[in-house]
Design a protein around this ligand. Structure first.
Ligand SMILES: [Zn+2]
Length: 209
């Protein structure tokens, strides 16, 4: 029996994080939904660019600044081209830039509905140890327990028991591993020695037939 099954999970959130802001039209704090559209405005020799959001209740717009009052030459050419063509991949990058969004509001709703793409890096399903290498390029990511329970079909109670037995580790070393948000480059290690269904768990971890 080989010792460790190593898999890589690439996590792609499906829905952009939603900022909560005061809506001037319908009043009160509201979630704003990214429209996926940008606006580029020339004001004399200066350029402004925004990503457009809409209030989840009344659809009033909020313009999130991408940049403001910039000369054409100070804007990166690829950013300018992306804005002019409404490039979906580039817009997605901005929409998922949660750190940038934090400059506009403290309250951000992170809808952790993600797709997980699996790839085997080494080992077989009869391994006693499962190591998951996480690729999460977008900051918006679920907690470790939520991810494991959804993707490995393990109950939260079972995960808690495994953690109490010292069989769940998050690397770099972290206490209360299950409650941590997933970070790009982190590794989740599960010791499945005592689990009768470890082959099934490993199968779900590696995916495929
Ligand atoms: Zn509103």
């Amino acid at each position: 029996m080989s010792h460790t099954l190593t898999v890589q999970w690439t996590i792609e959130p499906q829905t952009a994080p939603r900022p909560w802001l005061a809506c001037s039209r319908c009043g009160g704090q509201r979630a704003f939904v990214c429209s996926g559209k940008t606006r580029l405005n020339a004001n004399g020799r200066r350029l402004d660019a925004w990503l457009i959001y809409r209030c989840a209740v009344c659809e009033d717009t909020w313009n999130r600044p991408i940049f403001e009052r910039r000369t054409v030459t100070s804007v990166a050419p690829d950013a300018l081209a992306a804005l002019q063509s409404n490039d979906p991949a580039w817009i997605r990058q901005v929409a998922f830039d949660i750190e940038g969004l934090r400059q506009c509001t403290d309250r951000i709703e992170d809808l952790a509905d993600s797709s997980v793409e699996r790839r085997v890096l080494g080992g077989t399903v009869d391994s006693a140890r499962l190591e998951i290498v996480v690729v999460a390029r977008h900051a918006s990511s679920p907690r470790v327990d939520r991810l494991l329970s959804a993707e490995l079909a393990l109950s939260r109670a079972r995960l808690t028991k495994l953690e109490a037995a010292g069989r769940v580790t998050l690397l770099p070393e972290s206490r209360k591993a299950l409650q941590r948000p997933i970070r790009d480059g982190c590794r989740i290690v599960l010791d499945l020695t005592a689990e009768d269904d470890r082959a099934e768990i490993a199968q779900r971890a590696r995916g495929g037939p």
